[in-house]
Design a protein around this ligand. Sequence first.
Ligand SMILES: *Cc1c(COP(=O)(O)O)cnc(C)c1O
Length: 403
Amino acid sequence: MENTQTAAPFRSLATEAVHAGREDLAALGLHAAPLDLSTTYPAHDTRAEAARIDEFAATGARVDGPPVYGRLDNPTVARFEDALARLEGTEAAVAFASGMAALTATVLVRVAAGLRHVVAVRPLYGCSDHLLQGGLLGTEVTWTDPAGITDAIRPDTGLVMVETPANPTLAEVDLAALAHSCGSVPLLVDNTFATPVLQRPHEHGARLVLHSATKFLGGHGDVLGGIVACDEEFARRLRQVRFATGGVLHPLAGYLLLRGLATLPVRVRAQSQTAAELARRLADDPRVSRVHYPRLGGAMVAFEVEGDPHAVTAGVRLITPAVSLGSVDTLIQHPASISHRIVPEEDRRSGGIGEKLLRMSVGLEDVEDLWHDLDRALAFSPAGPPVRTQRPEWERKHQPAAR
Ligand SMILES: *Cc1c(COP(=O)(O)O)cnc(C)c1O
């Protein structure tokens, strides 16, 4: 029964981002969230501790009181979990050491239940593709387009997995229609690119929402983490797998991720605005053959160049040529060489990841400074065969004033 006295009032995402997971701080006489680095917790009452361990083993519910041991639970990490669950609109969330640890635990929950078949839509992040395809966790995967999901589902299908916008092509799917095609099979949506600021997959019927927290949630390129937002029933299985397999998020990472959430809406909106403008300029540029920018918006832009994509990553100076994304600074990388290198070439091609594709994560720099750098780097990659030794068009057009 809903208790209207204690039900949390609806608050906007911007407010939740700053306050969720911190509601008790004022009563504790604190302003910043406390960072608890304990690996173990003292307990003189061993019988009570035994009962708490039994309770966790039987149910997977969060333990009441002190966490017993750091691999079972941590109060700082729990704050980050509570906050992300609020932002995604789910009952619970369970945090892990990385996005891949979060995906591994999710797959193991289903494989342990005898449901080893996964239906998935390409492209996925390269290592997610590799984890499913390689069968390391005992999975068998059927790749399909969204229209083929219903037909691909078998009695032993444990999971349907999709990314939207997808890494790295930014391909989008209609989540509500896709969730409908899944029937009773849990739909796992990797929401890393959109973040809850732009899209809340649970509202469209996704049972599981996964993040590489390393990206936008952290937002500063200095913390690895992963998290699954879901109902409490699935969260209990995830906590049991996390306890048994040990892929826990470090408390300092939990602290940094909670802090990252506070500025998530502001960062994503500002970065998206700049990204949309860069996508417009790239679309008008003759050195660029195709631009991929989601209808949903967002801070990611993918584009295909006429010339040599390696010359662009070699030519940037303000923009960092590096894998990963979601940071306050702009990063660019060549998916066929880096983020999706582990996916065999043929599978890359079927997922739309061509040799000319570049993926850019737009940060908080000024749009004109970013365009200046991109324009300069693109000059190293003119249409036709690459001519790396030639002085770039930009430098010829913009001779610096005499010094
Ligand atoms: C980076 C990434 C992952 C993997 O996350 P890690 O934190 O690097 O383990 C999963 N999904 C997407 C979409 C990603 O971009």
